[in-house]
Write a protein of this length. Structure first.
Length: 170
């Protein structure tokens, strides 16, 4: 078997990246600038729906972190990978985007057009976020960082409580 055999093509990798709208919304969160949302409000409703659906389906993996501090990639046996903390922060960013899409789509009168795909994706994203929090909490416990582990356990409890309405099978 050749090395790199399982590598993804450029087209497949492109599909993993967030849409331009997801990146613009991340930037507006980071800079506390509502310009993106203000411009969006002036667009036709079908275009707003399309942009929101793109944000909903954007992958969290390559989103810029909008809260917290990014840690440098770790390297094991010459392979670099994102730290677990960065993974959690990117998932939190996606969660934030999903919540903004909800509130803005309701304000703009397009919620009914995106509610079903939003709900399906949201449940998937929140389950992934809780799973990442649980993994990081275990990591903190093993390394003796009890305070950080406790903080994450509280965050997990809060996330589950806040999402009872979706009847998620944790």
């Amino acid at each position: 078997m050749k090395l790199g055999h399982n590598r993804k093509s450029k087209t497949e990798r492109k599909e993993e990246y967030p849409t331009e709208d997801a990146l613009l919304l991340c930037n507006s969160i980071r800079t506390c600038n509502n310009e993106y949302l203000d411009c969006l409000r002036e667009r036709p409703k079908n275009e707003i729906v399309e942009k929101f659906l793109g944000i909903i389906h954007s992958k969290w993996s390559y989103l810029p972190i909008v809260v917290g501090e990014e840690t440098p990639p770790e390297e094991i046996d010459g392979v670099k990978f994102d730290s677990l903390k960065n993974t959690l922060l990117r998932r939190m960013t996606k969660y934030t985007l999903m919540l903004i899409v909800t509130s803005e789509s309701k304000k703009l009168g397009v919620w009914s057009q995106i509610q079903k795909p939003w709900t399906e994706k949201y449940i998937s994203e929140i389950k992934g976020l809780v799973e990442a929090c649980e993994i990081l909490a275990k990591s903190y416990e093993v390394s003796g960082h009890k305070t950080q582990a406790g903080d994450l356990r509280n965050k997990i409890k809060s996330l589950k409580e806040a999402n009872k309405e979706y009847k998620i099978a944790w």
